[in-house]
Write a protein that binds this ligand. Structure first.
Ligand code: GRF
Length: 218
């Protein structure tokens, strides 16, 4: 099986990156992680990727200052030079311009720690707790120029508990992230998704019995 060539872009610890790398080790996984790029020198994820034998690169965004496109041109050149077909953003803390995003249209995925379109942006767990929502989660979506928008590929949910702090909630959502990002990449790389009227349709589907009710009455 010919595997899609994937690059992961990170800025930090790279736990989602690690989940993707682990999943991609399976022989039947339709994608191979061939490159990890960080825009932050010394990001923790770089060491983990190198330990897994994956090529890493650091393209620091800071020296480019406000010249976002110059940074992105370098990023783009590196991806093209490695024959990358799909890009996964995994805790990549840098807004991308339409120049870059349109070049990777339909070929770039992101994971966001909330059930989009709720809680775009930062501090999602704090905001969910402040609103008293009972269900929260994570979303894998295609990247479009507008931040944390774009066709939703997969979502996973957790119950919010009364005693939750942003940290405990984040930890449970992260567990979901590590499940749905590899599954979503499997789906996309395997050709199991298509975009119709700005929405992502998929050959997989949830079972009608997959109901999460929160709180549960004991
Ligand atoms: C995750 O919560 C992800 O949803 C968000 O940034 C965080 C990255 O964490 N986009 P990690 O580097 O993958 O551990």
């Amino acid at each position: 099986m010919e595997k899609r060539r994937v690059a992961i872009l990170i800025s930090g610890r790279g736990s989602n990156m690690t989940a993707l790398i682990e999943a991609a080790k399976a022989e039947d996984f339709p994608a191979g992680i061939v490159l990890v790029i960080s825009n932050i020198a010394g990001a923790g994820g770089l060491t983990k990727a190198a330990e897994s034998g994956i090529e890493t690169a650091t393209i620091e965004s800071k020296p480019f200052g406000k010249d976002r496109e110059a940074f992105e041109r370098k990023l783009h050149e590196t991806l093209v030079a490695h024959n990358i077909e799909l890009v996964c953003l995994a805790g990549f803390l840098r807004l991308l311009t339409p120049w870059f995003v349109t070049r990777w249209d339909g070929r770039m995925l992101n994971i966001h720690p909330a059930l989009l379109p709720s809680y775009r942006g930062l501090h999602t767990h704090e905001r969910a707790l402040a609103d008293g929502v009972k269900i929260h989660g994570a979303t894998v979506h295609f990247v479009v120029p507008e931040m944390d928008s774009g066709p939703i590929i997969m979502q996973g949910a957790v119950a919010v508990l009364d005693g939750d702090t942003p940290e405990t909630l984040a930890a449970r959502v992260l567990g979901v992230e590590h499940r749905i990002y590899p599954d979503a990449l499997r789906l996309v790389a395997g050709g199991g998704t298509r975009i119709e009227n700005g929405q992502c349709k998929t050959e997989a589907s949830g079972s009608p019995d997959d109901t999460l009710i929160s709180p549960a009455i004991i």
